[in-house]
Design a protein around this ligand. Sequence first.
Ligand code: PEP
Ligand code: MG
Length: 577
Amino acid sequence: MRSSQELKLKGIPVSPGIVIAPVKIFKRKRAQVKERILKPTEIEDEVSKFTKGTEKLISVLNELKMETKEENLARLLDVEISILNDTEMQNDVILLIRNKRRNAESAISSVFNNRKESLLKHESSYMRERANELERLGMDLIAMINDDYSREDFGFDGIIATESLSIEQALRIVRSNAKGVVTEVGGRTEHSALILRNFEVPTVFGIEKITKLVEDGDTMILDGGKGVVIINPMDSTLNRYFFIKSGYERYESGLASERDLPAITVDGKEIGLYANIDIPEEADRLLDLGKYGIGLFRTEMVFNEYSSDEEKQYQIYYDIAKKVYPNSVTIRSFDVGGDKFYSDYTEENPFLGLRGIRVLLEEQEVFERQIRAVIRANVHSNIRFMIPMVSNYEEVLEAKKIFLRNKKLLEKQQNNVNQPRFGVMIEVPSAVFILEHIAELVDFVSIGTNDLTQYTLAVNRKSLRVSKLFNHLHPAVLKLIQITTDICREKNIVVASCGEMASDPYGVVLLVGFGIDEISCPSSRILEVKSLIRRINLSDAEQIAAEAVKKSNHRAVKDLVGEYLKSVMPELLEFYE
Ligand code: PEP
Ligand code: MG
């Protein structure tokens, strides 16, 4: 399997930065789960083995929590602790031991696997990524009951290669000397990814079989911005990367020097710059970066844990709004649907089924609970509320009515109710064509280019088989954006953009050219998007955007914008995909 030849592999870019260093493999021993039918006399011993192991693992996690200085990261461990404390989980395991006479390790494995399988069926990548975390926790618990639990010593001054990373391992890595991390599985929104990003440890996830492709001591180049690793690089590659690395370091310090400057074009148009967040903890990084607001808070994780808990939601929304004040936070209502949260309900084509606003109008109690929590949390008047996936006028009208009705009800119960600004996402082509009517109902819109591309091009955004056809630079997508920005300008409402296009340099030039007011992108891209905006001439961008919509295909658009990018910020093309 292993070769000493140079091998370049592509994974998921998790945390930017270039590292050239020896690699070390960390493999957590996979607990061997042997299924055994217990003798009646063994049953209670096995139950106590399980409960004691659970207690021990909880205390290990609690200890680590105490050692972790950063409160927000320490809180991530609470998720794992609460899974272990969950009485339903514990009862399921104990029932298998007592009723089916299964030994503890196979009972744990079966309960955690069932939960993992149901998470894997979720359409949202966020939920699927939780499945990896759950599996690791189950394995740790099995190791613990078998007295086989050990903590790796990450005291290694190089790149760590591992199958996957738990929150606990990530927390220990950021306190070690490790220079970079590469894993076989994992996704961008995993908590371990968040931790490594927060601590700026260059990281690439999702390089299949990496722990088999390398040996301890092999030289590796890891480019966290591009999601690339190169094993056993040739001298010429090494030299090229030493050069790129020093260029990158200069580039980064250049970006940092603009940290407190506004995102303003050369000819003076200021663009509001905001961050997208998927989990509340991500808001903390914004404070390190400088003061930014949040242009898209995806609340699917909140739905998963607290859809029936108004108080908990209120606390989450209130905390975030307070953190980013005086900037604003745009809270997007739950964008759930398809087969995601109705376990007894599946449909053949979930992306065209019950999703986003369609679910919210069917599940009005859930919707109203969130609306109330959002309105109550708007103490500092810096919250905007946004509805996903709208495709017709009546649903926006209905959602607005529900929103206003709840505001009125709250006014009867408390003083000082501040109505959040109300907006919709533009991500279905039909909404673009009736936007002049929708505009009468909203204070702002935000273009979700991920779904707008999916629904315009009839390309499932998650399908690898058609991923080559998914491109937000397709002239048809650009025309829809142009219509949207034109109508917003005419109707005098704020128009933002929050999909992937807003962090793609080519996309940013075009969005600015179409007249976008605000851009919201992952926090890791904020500084370079700002730096690019500060090099763009609005009049040039307008001209390029006007020409781009006349092109026949995305390649022609890319060439057109690429020429301009090369002239204003060539470094950007060098360091990112
Ligand atoms: C989008 O569709 O572009 C968007 C920002 O929403 P999401 O990616 O959460 O569907
Ligand atoms: Mg969307």
